[in-house]
Design a protein around this ligand. Structure first.
Ligand SMILES: [Zn+2]
Length: 82
């Protein structure tokens, strides 16, 4: 029973990593919640094609925002833009 559990765990992890590399569909659910203080609106911001940063615009005044994806700050999912 222990062996079976380990095997399942390994295979599912492998499947997950290959799916991440394979297509952009794996990243479809990734977004950042950003609150634009300029217009007091909340929108979702998605990563750019290179997945180096989250980029978006305020839906009312088109103010651009950009949050770099790196070793710092990736844990946070909600930001405020001024
Ligand atoms: Zn705005």
């Amino acid at each position: 029973m222990t062996d079976k559990g380990q095997h399942l765990d390994l295979s599912s992890g492998d499947e997950f990593s290959s799916a991440q590399q394979a297509g952009s569909s794996a990243a479809a659910g990734q977004f950042l919640g950003v609150h634009f203080q300029c217009c007091d609106v909340y929108v979702r911001v998605y990563p750019n094609a290179e997945r180096t940063a989250y980029q978006g615009n305020c839906p009312r005044c088109a103010r651009p925002v950009k949050f770099l994806i790196g070793e710092e700050g990736t844990c946070a999912r909600f930001f405020s833009a001024r």
